[in-house]
Design a binder for this molecule. Structure first.
Ligand code: SF4
Length: 169
């Protein structure tokens, strides 16, 4: 059954421009007065990537990124143990997700304008070029995604070549 997302109408960070770009301790201060921390945390655990929360300083439900990372790892272990993955189906229209996507698009656009390569941008954001391409597509920025897809293909070619060298050697 689809979970209600009505709580998103009451998020304390909803009207704060650039909230997700604040250092996480500053984000937590606002979380402390937020009335929907429990719902936000559950949402974060359902929708976040275990490896990106710590690298990107992501906060949900008043939980610091390193603690969120640990919770996600534990949850992944539990899911694997019972073989019942239960990720919430999320639409691109959700404000929290949408805000993070807009942040990503803005950051990527700025770094490209600064003549950073897709590989350098991916390393800086702690994500793969393929993941960034997918995120850009989901955000509807189809014009920027191809250069990250090309970078991902280049990486595959290099990996494949390296693997052949190892086998041949
Ligand atoms: S991140 Fe979650 S808990 Fe923190 S202010 Fe926003 S909605 Fe509330």
């Amino acid at each position: 059954m689809a979970r209600s997302l009505d709580w998103m109408d009451r998020i304390a960070c909803g009207g704060i421009p650039g909230f997700t770009r604040l250092p996480w301790p500053a984000q937590l201060k606002l979380c402390n007065v937020c009335e929907v921390r429990a719902e936000c945390l559950e949402f974060g655990l359902e929708t976040s990537d275990v490896w990106s929360v710590r690298r990107q300083g992501i906060v949900y439900g008043g939980v610091a990124p390193h603690d969120l990372h640990q919770m996600l790892k534990q949850r992944a272990r539990n899911v694997a143990a019972c073989q019942a993955p239960a990720r919430l189906q999320v639409t691109a229209q959700l404000p929290h997700v949408q805000a993070r996507r807009e942040d990503l698009v803005e950051t990527v656009t700025e770094l490209l304008a600064d003549r950073q390569t897709p590989e350098a941008i991916a390393a800086r954001l702690g994500r793969t070029t393929e993941a960034i391409a997918q995120a850009l597509h989901r955000a509807g920025v189809d014009t920027l995604a191809p250069m990250f897809e090309a970078a991902a293909r280049r990486k595959l070619v290099v990996c494949d070549t390296d693997a052949r060298r190892v086998v041949a050697g």
